[in-house]
Design a binder for this molecule. Sequence first.
Ligand SMILES: CC(C)(COP(=O)(O)OP(=O)(O)OC[C@H]1O[C@@H](n2cnc3c(N)ncnc32)[C@H](O)[C@@H]1OP(=O)(O)O)[C@@H](O)C(=O)NCCC(=O)NCCS
Length: 170
Amino acid sequence: MIDLRPAREEDHPEIVAAIQRWWSDSRSPEAARELSLLVPRLFLQHFAGTSLVAEQDGRMAGFLIGFGSADRAADAYIHFVGVDPELRRSGFARRLYGEFFAAAARAGRTRVHCVTSPANTGSIAFHRSMGFELTGGDAEIGGIPVHRDYDGAGHDRVCFVREIEPAEFR
Ligand SMILES: CC(C)(COP(=O)(O)OP(=O)(O)OC[C@H]1O[C@@H](n2cnc3c(N)ncnc32)[C@H](O)[C@@H]1OP(=O)(O)O)[C@@H](O)C(=O)NCCC(=O)NCCS
């Protein structure tokens, strides 16, 4: 049984531990620890109400860190999403995104943005499946538009945007 609920600050240690555990097969322990720094506690202090946790049988199965843009009234942003590797391809992330889209649309947002690394082909395929378009870019790698040095020298990113129609979620 999958349950979705808003995140809360107390989830922070479990999210950090989950990132370090869930990514340990594809990264060194040090690299997995570094990745977990992408979700500092502030996200669970200031954006918990727009972030989500998915649980299966009371255990964290996935999470989504997202928020409404403070500067762009029409925009929402998904910063980080992760699903337990044992539970991937079962629709958890689709549920998390669907719930986030619906809440963002209710809050008057009409667009959702997010970014990923060009090497993260699974994330690119997932975002395409979720109806995102790949935007702009100043280079192309394997047919994918890439923004070079987007997050600093050597940190290229693929940028996504998806329109959300309030009627979709009524
Ligand atoms: C990307 C991720 C969140 C997807 O989670 P998931 O729960 O496995 O995704 P879902 O089962 O909800 O899949 C939704 C759709 O995306 C597609 N999809 C998901 N992962 C995919 C992959 N690796 N390759 C191709 N398609 C994929 C599914 O086929 C499905 O499409 P469909 O409904 O049209 O058949 C998960 O693989 C993950 O946690 N990856 C590591 C973290 C990450 O890369 N996060 C994104 C950048 S922050």
